[in-house]
Write a protein that binds this ligand. Sequence first.
Ligand code: SF4
Ligand code: SF4
Length: 86
Amino acid sequence: MLKVIAGGYVEPGSTQVTKTGAWRTFVPVVDQKRCSKCSLCEIYCPEGCIRMVEGLFIPDLDYCKGCSICAHECPRKAITMVLEEK
Ligand code: SF4
Ligand code: SF4
């Protein structure tokens, strides 16, 4: 259970228990053929939700908020943001 402290302060790592992907508009799609596995997307993702899984960098869509930072930082332009169909 997330504990919110009076004054608006929230403990770090709150996104680990809050599924921020619920209000996303755009979703990152990784072109694995273009990916060089540099891990910059993992480093820059503010939600810490893009990770290597079985050799592929894949965003966890339960927590991805669609901010597009990963796509902006990818040096290979391997990540495309597409409108999510709900
Ligand atoms: S930043 Fe781009 S090239 Fe680097 S691991 Fe992520 S998707 Fe692959
Ligand atoms: S769109 Fe934002 S939240 Fe989603 S994986 Fe990329 S950097 Fe992380």
